[in-house]
Ligand binder design. Sequence first.
Ligand SMILES: [Zn+2]
Length: 452
Amino acid sequence: MNIIYKAGIFLIFWLTSSTVFAEADFVARRNVDFIHYKAELAADFKALSVSGKVQIEFVAKVENVEQLTFSAKYKTIYSVKINNVTTANLIEDERLIVTFKEPLQVNKTYLLTVEYQALPERGMKFYDDHLFTVYHTKNWLVSHDSIADKASFELLLTHDAKLTSVGNGRLLSTGAKFGNKVISHWLQDSPIPIYTFGFALGEFEEVRATHKNSQLSYLYRKNSKSGLDPQKIKDVFINVPDMIDFFENKAGFVLPNKSYQYVVVEGYMAQEAAGFSLVGEKYVHTVLADKNENWFIAHELAHEWWGNSITCANFSHFWLNEGLVQFLVAAYKQHLFGNSAYKQEIGVAIARVKRAVQKGKISPVAFKHQIKEQSINRTMAYSKGALIFYMLRNKLGEEIFWRALKHYSIKNKQSSVTTDDLKKAFEKVSKQDLTHFFNRWVYGKEIPKLSL
Ligand SMILES: [Zn+2]
């Protein structure tokens, strides 16, 4: 009787707590807050490697933190120090496990220094005359991997003096030449998500421009290699100032770094970092052939607001980065080219979702539990995600929709967000309960039947 009674109490507690859990989006508990990274690195074009040291400033947020773990994949670790004292470390299952002599003190700042070499098979691309990092930061930099935990990033990159470097934030200095080398010192002082840490290096030509208070720069390989010249670069990127105005207006705040660089690299590439993006020569040539093909220029730039400043707290809410940006590219094209361009972009999203359905690749757009990056259904996050914003715009009307998006954007500037943050912002501005809409279309698998 007593046991049954207790079990009953437990059942009631379990039902109540699981109901509460089901209502809220999952947000990971953080043991440690990573504050600032200072990396002193050099890349080797022949060895396809990067080496040097990284100093990581962090704070323990809970009691009894005795270990920290980082990816050791593709890396050789030479030394590990905590507050300048050599500390025990172990490589196990491609992980670097750092063990402290005693548990860390809560809210105290620590400095971890790691000397290493990385040969990242993914996360960096090397060509004869240029190289760049791409997305998988933990493969080339000893670093944490929680996207919700933003940190500032300082990079001192040693390189051949004839090469041009691009990093996050602003170039503080390119030091005096020693031999044929220089050190470019980049600083991104506002915190950014870890996957937007990066750099590029190459024999680049440059076209510069200013727009209001923002500095713009376009780097590309010389004409004999890229088929590009200053006039072609100006033609391809002609709408960037207008894009900045459009996104600033929709977000309600200015371009975060007040500077932006596009680095035109070999092949097909479209990847944002913070303060710059990598765009492929192949894509750039498609714009020269047809100006309507400028989606990637708008897409990567839009990430400066949605993705880099307002970042999904985990991969369960990846559509807040990608679905929103895909929708905003459609909205930008509507602004630039008219309604038919908007319909065409939305039509592309509808067709992609339809193809995924035909292949049986259906999943919700967002999840209340945590999913791993490998589990992301990209068509649902990007294309069905964009369609959800299209549906919200139709449902709420022009004025309320854009006011709600601006409210969401300003409120969550330089933060991490879950789907619930978006829902709350749209509910507040529209004065509507959107629970049914979000449960059905975002957390549910149902595919909307849309006709344009
Ligand atoms: Zn994107």
